[in-house]
Design a protein around this ligand. Structure first.
Ligand SMILES: Nc1ncnc2c1ncn2[C@@H]1O[C@H](COP(=O)(O)OP(=O)(O)O)[C@@H](O)[C@H]1O
Ligand SMILES: Nc1ccn([C@@H]2O[C@H](COP(=O)(O)O)[C@@H](O)[C@H]2O)c(=O)n1
Length: 224
């Protein structure tokens, strides 16, 4: 019998903007400390808009699948799955484009991929072993988004409200929410849901142990 080639475990974490995807991903990452892990954010793969003016960038619908460079994301995720390092784009929310720099990312045994539209593309879904949908009410999400976008993404209250009503909300209902049907696990309450985070971390530890990757790690495989 031929031995099956080992590959990293890919966990997809999706949900609407402000649902708690980043918080849940970080919580899983923290629970699995000591293993070989990385977090990849779909936001890093927004289209490069360096050639566009600021006014043109402000008019883009960032909640539509066409705003993302899926080909590059799939190419780089596939490289990581094949244990090849990537030069990841770095996204600048204030400038609404990629920054000039890229960031070297070495491959790891567990890849946590998070983003609003990662389950929309069947090619991406096929690369995932566990699919998680973080389900948080719209009113909570908009409140979190207002606070975060003003404090961290250089936005005004008016611009956040305008963008939410014009694109973020309708696109959520058209494109993001329907992908819930592809999830293996729906997590209400996001980062507060310690039971769901514990269950997920236990499942990943089990798979790593079955694959012998916990042993590899003990033998000096790279962490973080
Ligand atoms: N359970 C929670 N209670 C309060 N604030 C939260 C909670 N989860 C996330 N936040 C905050 O809400 C904002 C959005 O959360 P985040 O995890 O970044 O969501 P997403 O990645 O889905 O946009 C962040 O500022 C985060 O600190
Ligand atoms: N230039 C940009 C790019 C994206 N957005 C918004 O970010 C949201 C996705 O990020 P989360 O961390 O909230 O998942 C998405 O809803 C976009 O509207 C933006 O405002 N500007």
């Amino acid at each position: 019998m031929t031995e099956q080639k080992k590959r990293p475990i890919v966990i997809g974490v999706t949900g609407g903007s402000g649902s708690g995807k980043t918080t849940v991903s970080q919580a899983i990452y923290n629970q699995l400390q000591g293993h070989s892990l990385l977090i990849l954010q779909q936001d890093s793969y927004y289209n490069d808009q360096a050639e566009m003016t600021m006014a043109e960038r402000q008019a883009v619908n960032y909640d539509h699948p066409l705003a993302f460079d899926y080909d590059l994301l799939i190419e780089q995720l596939t490289d990581l799955i094949n244990y090849k390092a990537i030069d990841k784009p770095v996204y600048d929310y204030k400038a609404s484009t990629r920054s000039q720099e890229t960031e070297r990312q070495e491959p790891r045994d567990v890849i946590i991929l998070e983003g609003i539209l990662i389950l929309d593309d069947p090619r991406l879904r096929d690369l995932m072993d566990i699919k998680v949908y973080v389900d948080t009410d719209d009113d909570i999400r908009i409140i979190r988004r207002i606070v975060r976008d003003i404090n961290e993404r250089g936005r005004t209250l008016d611009s956040v409200i305008e963008q939410y009503l014009a694109t973020a909300k309708p696109m959520y209902h058209q494109f993001v929410e329907p992908t819930k049907r592809y999830a293996d696990l729906i997590v209400p309450e996001g980062g507060e849901n310690s039971v769901a985070i514990d269950l997920l971390s236990t499942k990943v530890r089990d798979i790593l142990a079955k694959d012998g990757k916990d042993d590899l790690f003990k033998q000096g495989h790279q962490g973080n």
